[in-house]
Ligand binder design. Structure first.
Ligand SMILES: Cc1cc2nc3c(=O)[nH]c(=O)nc-3n(C[C@H](O)[C@H](O)[C@H](O)COP(=O)(O)OP(=O)(O)OC[C@H]3O[C@@H](n4cnc5c(N)ncnc54)[C@H](O)[C@@H]3O)c2cc1C
Length: 374
């Protein structure tokens, strides 16, 4: 039987969280994911504590699975001026390899059906969705689109952000570097980008950065770029000199778009990066992905249980709640990224921030949510 109440397309943090929540509420769920678990993903791997109560409510315990507790933020400019700050809420350091796998195991144990195939189309007709791969077609009353930043499905859906060029590149590698403190996340600036460092559950240090394609294209490869651009920041230079890479080669993703997206597209409730991506310097994309899944899931449960709460109301309410939770954060993130990438501005901003830890704390708070109440 290929019929379900809900089909979820994409099993990253948003999709898996929603699958667990729906299964706990007794709904029939099928999740499509194109990769086998576990797998690495390009991500800074620092997750804000705001989602911890919700994850615990779903039976997911990050610290019990080795996640590091992080409460210090270190920032530095291209030239190495730096400051340290105690984070208002703090977060956890855990690899996506471990985190996504943990959620997958929980979803599987709760009876979620998994199909490890790439979804090629999602059609909607007469109150029903058809979701197709190269091998089969499934149907459902509702679809959550949680397939990440960019996919061929976006092209099929003619989403407007696909028309624009996306000029950002993401790079990630794990390293052995015992000197890095486990309670810290560091954000270091370099010309045309910035990189984050934090420890994961294996004690490996994750170094993940975002670079503008414009700056990167002048260099032949990641190694040369690391040597000639990234390492000019003295903190990153010293790290890259001493740290031992664990991956054979760094992982990369291109065409990262921070443009506005529609939250509901052809009646699909978009969650996580498929609904909107915050600039990674905020260290908040994972928490937003999980939070957006919570919002969509709770509304879907109402849709199935409450007479009169029809598809029109469901979609209207999802748009409203999504915007109220995230629109301001996205705006602040965009503003902060433009400041950080302007060398002169970032120096002035850093000096000002260094003099006022109140201001810096306010900026961090503005890009994060409050702990999610369950
Ligand atoms: C460089 C960089 C650094 C970052 N650092 C941080 C950080 O430190 N902290 C933080 O909180 N956030 C960070 N983020 C953001 C964070 O990684 C994302 O917001 C988060 O991964 C979003 O989760 P998601 O579930 O929406 O998407 P994803 O985790 O990308 O999951 C989407 C899933 O869908 C699957 N999929 C895609 N297409 C299909 C298809 N057609 N059929 C079936 N499956 C499909 C993919 O295989 C994938 O598993 C960073 C982002 C970048 C780019």
């Amino acid at each position: 039987m290929n019929r379900f109440e809900v089909i979820i397309v994409g099993g990253g943090l948003a999709g898996l969280t929603s699958a667990i929540h729906l299964a706990l509420k007794g709904r029939s769920v099928c999740l499509f994911e194109k990769e086998a678990y576990p797998h690495h993903k390009v991500c800074g791997e620092y997750i804000s504590n705001e989602i911890v109560p919700y994850l615990q409510h779903l039976g997911i315990f990050l610290e019990a699975n080795g996640a590091k507790t992080i409460n210090i933020l270190e920032l530095s400019t291209v030239k190495g001026e730096s400051l340290r700050l105690e984070l208002p809420l703090g977060g956890k350091g855990i690899s996506r390899y471990a985190f996504d796998h943990l959620l997958f195991e929980r979803a599987k144990a709760l009876g979620v059906a998994f199909v490890f195939q790439t979804v090629r189309f999602i059609n909607y007709q007469e109150n029903t969705f058809q979701v197709g791969t190269n091998k089969s077609v499934y149907s459902a009353q509702a679809v959550i689109g949680s397939y990440g930043k960019r996919d061929l499905l976006d092209k099929r859906l003619k989403r407007s952000f696909m028309q624009k060029k996306s000029t950002w590149l993401g790079v990630k590698c794990h390293y052995v570097y015992d000197d890095f403190p486990e309670d810290e996340v560091a954000l270091h600036n370099f010309v045309g980008g910035y990189g984050g460092l934090s420890k994961t559950e294996t004690n490996a240090v994750n170094f993940c950065y975002l670079a503008s394609y414009e700056t990167f294209k002048r260099y032949k490869n990641i190694h040369q770029f690391n040597k000639e651009v990234v390492s000019r920041n003295p903190f990153l230079g010293s790290f890259l000199e001493k740290a031992i890479p664990i991956f054979d080669e760094p992982m990369t993703i291109a065409q990262i778009s921070f443009d506005r997206k529609e939250v509901v597209e052809n009646h699909i409730l978009m969650c996580g990066d498929a609904a909107g991506l915050i600039h990674p310097l905020c260290g908040n994309g994972m928490a937003m992905a999980i939070h957006s899944a919570k919002i969509a899931t709770e509304l879907l449960i109402r849709y199935f249980q409450e007479e009169g709460f029809d598809r029109i109301l469901l979609e209207k309410e999802y748009r409203k709640q999504w915007n109220s939770a995230f629109a301001n954060r996205l705006r602040t993130g965009k503003y902060l990224q433009s400041l950080l990438l302007s060398e002169s501005f970032s120096r002035v901003a850093m000096t000002t921030a260094a003099r006022s830890s109140w201001l810096l704390r306010k900026l961090v708070t503005q890009t994060h949510g409050k702990p999610i109440v369950c």
